[in-house]
Write a protein that binds this ligand. Structure first.
Ligand code: GUN
Ligand code: FE
Length: 424
């Protein structure tokens, strides 16, 4: 069924400052493409099957711009360290296990089952440096119906023997094989070039994968300016760059020629911000992770006001949950702390802005995605907020606001559609 109508209480972002809500209305999907939101079913669509979700909230699917699949195994554990020691003590030992495909099979079954049942319809996913385990992850992501980009990581320096590629040449060759094998293998799952972060990749490796990204037309994802210790280390490792992003940009890994997602950007300098804007880089804001590994608070108000592209990331297991509803709540909360404690000229984010980042803002990375607009790919979720009872009259807008803050706690998701196909 890729042509149908859903009836319900519709919520969608028009721009970053506006959530459009329509009570008891219709959103039309034709051949997997959204035709718009209507208060009456227009004549040409009268014969399409109707999905009746009267009284429920119907909104675009959530977009997670940054998540680590192998780290899902230890989510909620190991929150007692800062980033660099957290990587050494928790992330790297866990990721080393994915050399064993039996372990990967078990762990990735758990991960893909969890994200399938989440509100997320689009994801940018980090695997591990292991090509085979990452291809196994892609097989499993494909079965969820979610549209995702999945990366085999590059790591050829500054990591333990158990989690480091033998040389830059090996790292590049494995990446090329990964791209060749997965580029056209799936309908909904795509490879993405994934240097873990600057400390993990030699210049030779970055240069090689930058060329592959251009040659195969594949996007890029990585981490940027996350934590003070990390940034100081990058400065030492790259004395000939003026700021962190240059270490990606000089190898074509920073939004040009291919789109790029950079997670965090907590401490980006004015020059770095200007380059992100110029190159159209997507920022993945991951507030939970920034709290849990004590990185700080990203100045998202500033990025949005400057017109940068910003989406949300769960960053499991730096973040404790894959719920983008929780990520929206945390983005709102940390923006208030930033305003109160760091810079009182940066107004807190609004609910409209948080919802925009979780849908249309991040969705832009995937094309016309993340809103119920004519011509957009049809991704939708249905939330039964009657499971959050209330005695008073609430508008659709108020119910959405409550759902953002509260539905991380309950099982309120009753249906999910991706590219016009019902997947839950
Ligand atoms: N920087 C490099 N690797 C990682 C990771 O796994 N998680 C986070 N949050 N930051 C990183
Ligand atoms: Fe991360």
């Amino acid at each position: 069924m890729s042509s149908f109508i859903i009836r319900g209480d519709i919520c969608t972002s028009t721009d970053k400052n506006t959530i459009l809500t329509r009570e008891n209305s219709y959103v039309v999907c034709k051949n997997g493409v959204c035709q718009g939101v209507f208060t009456e079913i227009p004549e040409p669509y009268r014969d399409l099957p109707l999905q009746d979700d009267t009284g429920k909230l119907v909104m675009p699917g959530m977009v997670d711009l940054h998540i680590h699949a192998p780290q899902y195994a230890y989510r909620g554990l190991g929150m007692d360290m800062e980033l660099l020691s957290w990587l050494d003590h928790y992330a790297f030992p866990e990721e080393a296990k994915y050399r064993d495909l039996d372990y990967a099979e078990k762990a990735y079954d758990i991960f893909t089952n969890a994200v399938k049942h989440s509100a997320t319809t689009r994801m940018a996913v980090f695997g591990t440096l292991h090509r085979e385990a990452t291809e196994l992850l892609m097989d499993k992501m494909e079965q969820t119906g979610i549209v995702s980009c999945v990366g085999k990581l590059n790591m050829d320096r500054n990591s333990p023997d158990t989690l480091r590629e033998g040389s830059a040449r090996e790292s590049i060759a494995e990446t090329e094989r990964f791209l060749r094998e997965t580029l056209t293998r799936y309908h909904n799952t795509y490879p993405i070039v994934t240097p873990r972060f600057v400390p993990s990749c030699t210049d030779e490796c970055m240069e090689g994968i930058g060329k592959l990204s251009e040659q195969y037309g594949v996007c890029v994802q990585s981490h940027l300016s996350e934590n003070p210790g990390e940034i100081a280390w990058v400065r030492e490792l790259c004395p000939d760059t003026a700021f962190y992003a240059e270490a990606y940009n000089r190898f074509g890994l920073f939004g040009k020629p291919q789109k790029a997602i950079m997670a965090h950007c907590v401490y980006s300098s004015d020059e770095e911000i200007a380059l992100m804007k110029e190159n159209g880089v997507f920022i993945a804001h991951c507030p939970a992770s920034n709290m849990n590994v004590a990185s700080g608070i990203a100045p998202i108000r500033k990025y949005l006001d400057l017109g940068l592209r910003v989406g949300l990331g769960s960053d499991v297991a730096g973040g404790q949950t894959e719920s983008l509803f929780t990520a929206m709540t945390e983005a709102l909360q940390v923006s208030k702390l930033y305003w109160r404690i760091v810079d009182n000229s940066c107004q807190p984010l609004s609910v409209d802005e948080a919802f925009y980042m979780a849908t249309k803002g991040g969705g832009e990375f995937f094309g016309k995605v993340g809103a119920f607009e004519e011509g957009f790919e049809f991704d939708a979720i249905v939330i039964d907020d009657s499971r959050l009872p209330h005695p008073q009259e609430l508008s659709v807008r108020e119910r959405l606001e409550r759902a953002i803050y509260l539905s991380g706690d309950i099982k309120a998701l009753t249906a999910k559609y991706c590219r016009g196909k019902q997947i839950l």
